[in-house]
Every structure is written in structure tokens, then in C-alpha cells.
Design a protein around this ligand. Structure first.
Ligand code: UDP
Ligand code: MG
Length: 150
């Protein structure tokens, strides 16, 4: 069984609106398990580094302001294909195009207030986890035989 890790972050709007439990519930009920979680006020350098690939985009300065505007919840979720499935749970970048049933489809409207981040590939997940959890991860392994056949 090959278990992936993905980096999921509830952005300041999601924390301020009291949607932390709702997001966690969706990952838990799917069968993924929580390897790390912290509530964090984000330093500007960390927000800039997290979104470094988008530096040339016109929305980048506003995006950095958004991420530093209040605490976020940074998490690592683990399980089979957690990166691609995590993106499906989250929904499309623009919440008006996100399907109902996804986090963004159900809880937000504007792309600049889209509530949640999820890694887009296994390699970016590795980079983001190292960036947000330089101290390393906890050792949470639930009873996997009730989630996976083998
Ligand atoms: N974003 C924005 N305006 C845009 C595109 C993106 O404000 O036109 C923000 C939005 O919060 C998005 C983030 O930049 O979640 C990162 O963009 P990306 O294309 O990586 O989308 P994601 O991977 O979050 O779906
Ligand atoms: Mg992205």
C-alpha cells in the first residue's frame, strides 16, 4: 500500500468563519488520517515562499495579504492518493466553478477568499510539508485495516 501525504491549509477566512471542523470532518470521513495540525499566524516570508511559483501573477500581492491576515490551520493528511483526492474534496480554484459537494463549492464564492489550499502534486506536497512543518510530523497511524484491504 503506498500512502501519500498532502498539505492542506484552511486559510484565514475559513478559520474566521468557523469552518475548521467542517473541513477536518470531510477528510476524516473519507478515510484519510491526520499526521500534523497547527493553528498558525503566518509570517510574510512564509506566505511568499509558499506561493513563490505565483510571484509574477497580478493577484500575488493580494494573495500574500490574504494569507497573513489571520491565523490559518496547517495540516498534513495521509492516505492512498491523498493529493489528487484532496484536490477533489477541495474543488476548483474559482469557487463559482467548484462543484457543490466540494469545500469551495459549498462554502465560498470569490477566488480571493476560497477558504482552503491543497497541494497540487506529490512533489509540491513534499515541498510544502517541509516548509510548514520543519520540525517534522507526528506519528499518528490509525487502524488501517478498516480503511484498506491490504
Ligand atoms: N488566486 C487569486 N486569483 C486568481 C487565481 C488564484 O486570488 O485569479 C488565489 C486563490 O486564493 C488560489 C491561490 O491564489 O487558491 C493559488 O492559486 P492556484 O492557481 O495555485 O489555485 P489552487 O491550487 O489554490 O486551486
Ligand atoms: Mg495551487
Amino acid at each position: 500500500m503506498s500512502l501519500e501525504q498532502t498539505f492542506i491549509m484552511i486559510k484565514p477566512d475559513g478559520v474566521a468563519r468557523g469552518l475548521v471542523g467542517e473541513v477536518i470532518k470531510r477528510f476524516e470521513q473519507k478515510g484519510y488520517y491526520l499526521r500534523a495540525l497547527k493553528l498558525k499566524n503566518v509570517e510574510r516570508e512564509l506566505a511568499e515562499e509558499h506561493y513563490v511559483d505565483l510571484k509574477s501573477k497580478p493577484f500575488y500581492p493580494g494573495l500574500v495579504e490574504y494569507i497573513v491576515s489571520g491565523p490559518v490551520v496547517a495540516m498534513v493528511w495521509e492516505g492512498k492518493q491523498s493529493v489528487v483526492t484532496g484536490r477533489k474534496i477541495i474543488g476548483a480554484t474559482n469557487p463559482l466553478q467548484s462543484e457543490p459537494g466540494t469545500v469551495r463549492g459549498d462554502f465560498c464564492i470569490d477566488v480571493g477568499r476560497n477558504l482552503i489550499h491543497g497541494s497540487d502534486a506529490v512533489e509540491s506536497a513534499k515541498r510544502e510539508i517541509a516548509l510548514w512543518f520543519p520540525e517534522g510530523l507526528s506519528n499518528n497511524k490509525p487502524f488501517l485495516k478498516w480503511i484498506y484491504e491490504s
